[in-house]
Design a binder for this molecule. Structure first.
Ligand SMILES: [Zn+2]
Length: 150
C-alpha cells in the first residue's frame, strides 16, 4: 500500500474539536482509522472504548532504546510515539506497532520472576508472529532504529 498523505483540513473547526482530532490525526497517519481496521480484522472488534493517540513529543531523543507505543489498560489508552508520524515510516510498520499494543489488550499477562507481571508471554509472541508482515516489520525496526535515537 502506498503512503497516504493526510489531506489538509479545508474547513475551520472549533478549537476544542480540532484539539481532540489532533490526538489521533497525525501529519501522515491517522491512528483512529488504522486502529478500527485492525480491530475488525484481527480482534473481531473486541477492543471497545479504546482511545488511540499520538504521545507527547519529547525534547530529546532517547539514546539507548526507543518506545514505539504504550498501552494503559486501566483507562484504555494506546499512545504511539509521534516520531513514527514521518514520511519514511512505512504504513505497515505503523500498523505493526499498533497491533502489538492492541494485542496487550487481549493477551493476559502472567506472573514472572521477582513478582513482576510478564506481559510479553509466549502466547503473546505467538500471536504477534501471526501478524502479516511480522518479519518484514521486525527487520525494518532493526534496520531503522538508529533513525529514532540520537
Ligand atoms: Zn509490548
Amino acid at each position: 500500500m502506498a503512503k497516504k498523505t493526510k489531506r489538509k483540513i479545508a474547513h475551520p473547526k472549533w478549537p476544542m474539536q480540532r484539539q481532540l482530532n489532533l490526538q489521533h490525526e497525525g501529519k501522515y497517519f491517522d491512528l483512529r482509522g488504522n486502529f478500527d481496521r485492525l480491530n475488525e480484522r484481527f480482534f473481531r472488534g473486541r477492543l471497545r472504548g479504546y482511545k488511540v493517540m499520538w504521545g507527547r513529543k519529547r525534547k530529546r531523543r532517547p539514546k539507548e532504546y526507543f518506545i514505539f507505543g504504550t498501552i494503559q489498560e486501566e483507562d484504555r489508552v494506546i499512545r504511539i510515539n509521534p516520531l513514527l508520524d514521518q514520511p519514511f515510516v512505512p504504513p505497515w510498520f505503523l500498523r505493526y506497532i499498533l497491533y502489538h499494543e492492541m494485542l496487550h489488550a487481549v493477551v493476559p499477562d502472567e506472573p514472572g520472576a521477582n513478582g513482576r507481571r510478564r506481559v510479553h508471554t509466549e502466547l503473546f509472541y505467538e500471536r504477534e508472529r501471526e501478524f502479516p508482515g511480522y518479519r518484514r516489520a521486525r527487520r525494518w525496526e532493526e534496520d531503522n532504529l538508529a533513525r529514532f535515537l540520537r
